[in-house]
Unconditional design. Structure first.
Length: 275
């Protein structure tokens, strides 16, 4: 399995999967999952003739679990290490949820010389936190409560979280109960420290200045039934902030639309890559 050593301190190893040929599509997963959340999209993109690279963020999946570096400047540095190590050009960056923050901060810090297109899928930009100049954001207490819940009982926290992630209750038939169990299993394997500190990262990082530097075609996809990253404070605002962006709203879709609406998402992604 391929790994690379990061440059940002504390250094760690990033696991990545690299398959197919052609211009690269780099997939960046959401919290608290790993690159395995992209299984359906990886298959569809490979079938459509794309080179697909998916990696695990530090602290998650098969990547190293260092004692720090769980902030977006470091995450963007790790992404830059990946693009540089593989010497990738004409890249499409795809970020889901928390992963959208990596896309935004990478472009904000490193520009678009290597980047051809971007996709923000159920993504956290522009800014989730409620502040004086962002009054419809989420209160700090929400993110503090998530961290407290993880510290108190990690398993109970994820039991409730994934019900809202998928808009699912056991046995309701909206998707296989095993699909939710699989997501929980992936989340259980993540570093406790990374899981907690990443909440501060995605909950309080302001990406508004980063979005101003988007000068490439950008696809924004969001579910209008998203209970985790509400569309009104995220997808809708990112579309307004990125001139010329393509905005696709998935009707009745939860946050986890990469799983619940997998075929539709793959169709949108492949169509955007052709444009």
């Amino acid at each position: 399995m391929p790994f690379l050593e990061t440059n940002a301190s504390p250094t760690t190893q990033l696991f990545y999967s690299d398959r197919g040929d052609g211009d690269p599509v780099v997939l960046i997963h959401g919290w608290p999952l790993s690159h395995r959340m992209w299984d359906a999209q990886i298959s569809a993109l490979l079938d459509a003739g794309h080179r697909v690279i998916a990696y695990d963020r530090r602290g998650f999946g098969q990547s190293g679990h260092p004692n720090g570096g769980y902030d977006y400047d470091t995450f963007a540095s790790d992404l830059n290490d990946l693009l540089s190590a593989l010497d990738l050009q004409n890249v499409t960056l795809v970020g889901f949820s928390m992963g959208g923050g990596e896309v935004a901060r990478y472009i904000g810090r490193y520009g678009t010389d290597r980047i051809a297109k971007a996709m923000l899928l159920g993504a956290v930009p522009p800014f989730l936190l409620k502040t004086d100049d962002n009054p419809d954001g989420a209160p700090q207490e929400l993110f503090d409560g998530m961290i407290d819940g993880l510290k108190k009982d990690r398993f109970a926290f994820f039991e409730e979280f994934f019900q809202n992630f998928f808009n699912w209750t056991p046995g309701n038939g909206s998707l296989s109960d095993d699909a939710v169990l699989y997501a929980k299993t992936v989340a259980w394997g993540a570093s406790s420290l990374a899981t907690q500190q990443s909440i501060t990262a995605f909950g309080t990082t302001d990406f508004r200045e980063d979005l101003k530097k988007f000068d490439i075609p950008t696809l924004i996809v969001h579910g209008d039934a998203d209970r985790i990253v509400p569309i009104e404070i995220s997808g809708k605002k990112s579309h307004a902030a990125i001139a010329g962006s393509r905005y696709e709203v998935l009707s009745d879709a939860p946050h986890a639309f990469a799983a619940t609406h997998a075929a539709k998402l793959s169709e949108l992604m492949i169509d955007f890559l052709k444009s």
